[in-house]
Design a protein around this ligand. Structure first.
Ligand code: DC
Length: 232
């Protein structure tokens, strides 16, 4: 790939929850000195906001009206990503499968997707960026120079989610985590607008039997292969 001097680089990482996207995306960004953006945090923040304001997520008009008055923004400083709703840092409220389900529900709304997509494109415009999500390589940055699609078996993805379950969530809830993840996958893959799908030009990595370092090394090799001119 021949890059004009000053070309902004986008590394897109998509895949279902628990495939390992966040962990490896952070490390790849750190290694390359790029900005890291967790696009799921934007959808989680919208779900959190609607819950906090008592807005039903099925009511698209009410959701959009609420968002019109409440700015969302992300910061990435000293290697730490934070999500803000108006002036409140909500990062620690966004973990867990319940927040993921709320995010997946608001992510069905085309208006919410259009708003967040435009915001992600603005966030990614000025800097080299590693962005992870569900539709980064297909919709947000279809022109991304390097795209990955990470996947893993449902059992392993569930195991990884269990390890991340915040203290507030009960073991009973944790036992249903596989079912909840499978339902969320189906919803993300089946929605009409920007469904979770592998981009035709994305490299698929099955992380089931790989360590984090192995995935990161595979990705860095591919990124160097493409950006250093051997990628066609
Ligand atoms: O990556 P995550 O688990 O934080 O994402 C939470 C939900 O947000 C996911 O189930 C679907 C939605 N999402 C999306 O629709 N598009 C994205 N680019 C990122 C997340």
């Amino acid at each position: 790939m021949v890059l004009e001097p000053g070309t902004r680089i986008v590394i897109a990482i998509d895949g279902p929850s628990g495939a390992g996207k966040s962990t490896v995306a952070r490390k790849v960004a750190q290694h390359l000195g790029y900005q890291y953006v967790d696009s799921g945090a934007f959808y989680r923040a919208v779900g959190w906001l609607m819950h906090a304001r008592g807005v039903p997520v099925e009511d698209a008009a009410a959701v959009m009206a609420c968002l019109a008055h409440t700015p969302l923004r992300a910061t990435f400083e000293a290697g730490i990503f934070h999500m803000w709703v108006a002036d409140a840092c909500v990062t620690s409220d966004l973990r867990g499968e319940a927040a993921g389900r709320a995010a997946s529900a608001v992510a069905l709304l085309p208006g919410v997707r259009a708003l967040i997509t435009a915001q992600l494109q603005r966030v990614g415009a000025p800097a080299n960026v590693v962005m992870e999500g569900r539709d980064i390589g297909t919709v947000v940055f279809p022109e991304a120079q390097v795209k990955f699609f990470l996947d893993a078996s449902l059992a392993v993805r569930g195991q990884r989610r269990l390890q991340e379950t915040p203290p507030g969530e009960t073991p009973a809830l944790s036992r249903h985590i596989l079912e909840a993840m499978a339902t969320r996958d189906r919803q993300d893959q089946g929605r009409p607008t920007a469904p979770l799908v592998q981009a035709a030009d994305a490299q698929r990595i099955d992380t089931t039997d790989l360590t984090v370092d192995e995935v990161v090394q595979t990705m860095l090799s591919e990124i160097h292969r493409v950006l250093d001119g051997e990628g066609g």
